[in-house]
Design a protein around this ligand. Structure first.
Ligand code: TYM
Length: 329
């Protein structure tokens, strides 16, 4: 059975981009594959969260995983730092990752541009840690959004390089995966770019209905189509894209047609979109509330997940060490 691995950084609350870019695939795949899903808390240290924020965010992300439908009876759910073997593999893989290629990674260049005062080595080697997360479980598929595509390419490069260097067929080359289609990018509500936590353009799974209504009603639009079948501008296309994942196909068709024949009213589109988002997030939100008071359940899920993940990870690390020549006397 093909193994599936993926993770999300605990940077606060999950937004619709995380859900439709990655989570929705996790939730489906746990029924058919051997799945491992983790919270990438070590990755999130590159942005220096306070200890309180880090701990709270890990807990909240775990709750949101469970509320979104990840089932610890079907999948292994764990916290990255509970599996120290990942850090051991990360160190070993770092020896064959070149500074030149890491420097050229798009996500690294973006981070350097955004935060020139915090260009740390963890950011530079971020793709190596990600490769360790994936290769440690010999994953075949990695459900992620479009923004992670390059990291997966690098994971394959590191796997191939290791195999070539030691003349083994040890690591599998994993592929970025989205059910039945291209990797996706969920746009934000600000008219351009992707939905993100720090961009302030997102809708969170934990947003109250009133907050969702307000955010959607404030979403950027344009002054409306003037001639029939005119091209759709980016802000409007973005609203259509969100509609594509949360609304009925007939709803999207109705608004696309009314755009094409210039009768569209953006207020009506936004009202409908807000209600469709709420319909989707409300059950998740309710489950989050139930789970947040169930500390012992949450602790158990994390403990069980760590045990199962470590069993695989420790075997991989000892095999890798053997291949490299790190052997016991
Ligand atoms: P992160 O925490 O930024 O995002 C988690 C997942 O959500 C997806 N995503 C999106 N998809 C579509 N549209 C969006 N607007 C959007 N925003 C976020 C991301 O593609 C991702 O799948 N490096 C990873 C975490 C990670 C990981 C791994 C993933 C660490 N190790 C190993 C897979 C395998 C990250 O920062 O994702």
């Amino acid at each position: 059975m093909e193994r599936v691995v993926s993770g999300i950084r605990p940077t606060g609350r999950l937004h619709l981009g995380n859900y439709f870019g990655a989570m929705v695939n996790f939730v489906k795949m746990q029924n058919t594959n051997e799945c491992l899903f983790f919270i990438a808390d070590i990755h999130s240290l590159t942005t220096h969260p306070t200890p309180e924020d880090l701990h709270g965010n890990v807990r909240q992300t775990l709750i949101e995983y469970l509320a979104s439908g990840l089932d610890p009876e079907k999948a292994v759910i764990y916290i990255q730092s509970d599996v120290p073997e990942i850090l051991e593999l990360y160190t070993l893989l770092n020896m064959n990752a070149y500074v030149g290629e890491l420097n050229r990674t798009t996500s690294f260049k973006d981070k350097v541009r955004q935060n020139p005062n915090n260009v740390n080595a963890g950011l530079l080697t971020y793709p190596v840690l990600m490769a360790a997360d994936i290769l440690i479980h010999h994953a075949a598929k990695v459900p992620v959004g479009k923004d992670q595509e390059q990291h997966l390419e690098m994971t394959r490069t590191f796997a191939r390089r290791f195999n070539n260097m030691y003349r083994v067929e040890y690591f599998k080359e994993p592929e970025a995966f989205n059910f039945g289609r291209q990797l996706i990018k969920i746009p934000g509500l600000d008219g351009s770019g992707k939905m993100g936590k720090s961009e302030g353009n997102g809708i969170f799974l934990a947003d109250e209905p009133e907050v969702i209504r307000k955010k959607v009603m404030r979403a950027v639009t344009d002054s409306g189509p003037v001639t029939p079948n005119s091209p759709v501008s980016e802000p409007i296309q973005n609203l259509f894209t969100i509609m594509e994942v949360v609304s009925e196909p007939s709803t999207l068709e109705y608004f696309r047609e009314s755009y094409a024949n210039c009768t569209i009213r953006y207020g009506e589109l936004k009202k409908q979109l807000a209600e469709d988002i709420i319909k989707f997030t409300q059950p998740i939100y309710e489950r989050m509330k139930e789970l947040s008071s169930n500390d012992s359940y949450i602790r158990n899920v994390a403990r069980q997940g760590a045990e199962k993940a470590r069993a695989i990870a420790s075997q991989t690390v000892s095999e890798v060490k053997e291949i490299i020549g790190i052997k016991k006397f």
